[in-house]
Structures are given as C-alpha cells and as structure tokens.
Write a protein that binds this ligand. Sequence first.
Ligand SMILES: [Zn+2]
Ligand SMILES: [Zn+2]
Length: 209
Amino acid sequence: MNIPIQCDCGKFRGTALNVDSSRGNRIVCLCDDCQTFAHFLKRPKDILDANGGTDITPLRPAFIKLNSGQEHLKCLRLSEKGMFRWYAGCCNSPVANSMSPWVPYAGAFTAILKPSGGLSAREKATGPIVGCIMSDYGIGTLPPNSSNRPSLKIILGVIQYLIAGVIKGLQKPSPFFNDDLKYPRVEPYILSKEERNSLRKFVGPNPSI
Ligand SMILES: [Zn+2]
Ligand SMILES: [Zn+2]
C-alpha cells in the first residue's frame, strides 16, 4: 500500500511505498532521546502520547519518495554519534529517525503517514503497535505491553526486517542520504551537551517542570 506523507502544515510531502502491515514492528519508544527530540521541536504535546511515547513505523529508505518541500527537511543529532533525526522545519513535524546511512530502516513517525481514509486506514496499513519499549522513561501508568528492553519477538522482528532490507538493497536511494550513502542530504544540527541537558530536564517519569 502506498501512503501519502505530509507534515502538519502540508508544505513537506512525499509517499511511503509498499507499506505492509504484515511486516509489523511498529513500536512506541518511550526513551529520553525521543522525548528530548520532541522538546527540541517545541511540540512535545503534539508529538508524544500521554506516556511520553513516540509511535514509530518502520519504512524502507528506498521506498520513501519526497514530492515537495524538500527544502524544509532538517536533521538533528542529540550528540556527535546520535541518530539522525529528520524533521520538517516548516512546522517542526518529525519525519523519521535513521541509525546510519547503511541501515535499510527509517523509523518513521506514524503521524506523518496520512492516508486518505484517515486514522482507520493508517492503522490498517501500519498494523498494530507491537510493544512500548524503554519503559524506564515512560510517564504515568504505562500500557500492559510496555517493557524497558524490547521483547525477543520485537528484536527478532527487527533483525529479520534488517536482513531482508540488506539483501534487497533497500537502504538506497534514500531521501535522507546522498546516493553513495556517505553524506546526509542536509547538514545535521548537533546539540551541545549544554543544549541537550537543558532539554533533558523536561523528559522522563519525573520531569522537573
Ligand atoms: Zn510543515
Ligand atoms: Zn526513543
């Protein structure tokens, strides 16, 4: 199934091709880094669920096509070696996270997938959330499928997903990295330790705000 990708203001658009709910692996990440990213974007209430979680659907970089507004694509790294966190700077909508250019996995923010059939169509396309991970950072009463470490089922699912992607070469062409996968298409902004720490105080089970 092909699903339109759109930031909240509509300037940044694309299409996620071949999204297949049978692949599963949609998770909610409760970690402090994902929460820090939402606070960096100054939209934690829009981006995070009530537990501080981020809903992530795995996509193949080769199956993400950007149609308009590429100039709004921005990238944040929480540290020198942190994940590449892509977002649409026009309205600070998170787009996807990449571990490295060579990994055929883009953890897309499920909310950026906007099929014409609305929420129910999206649920159908992405499949259900298989678990909430990094529960040590979760806020309030967490869903029963929460755990700090990912379950064996989730780990095996991700490994299988990665191996299949490597075999098929689905890490490129990537909307996020150049064609030889050496450079990000936009220069990432890397948070200093001070900047990171200033955001950290808003995240986790006992935010100091
Ligand atoms: Zn936008
Ligand atoms: Zn996370």
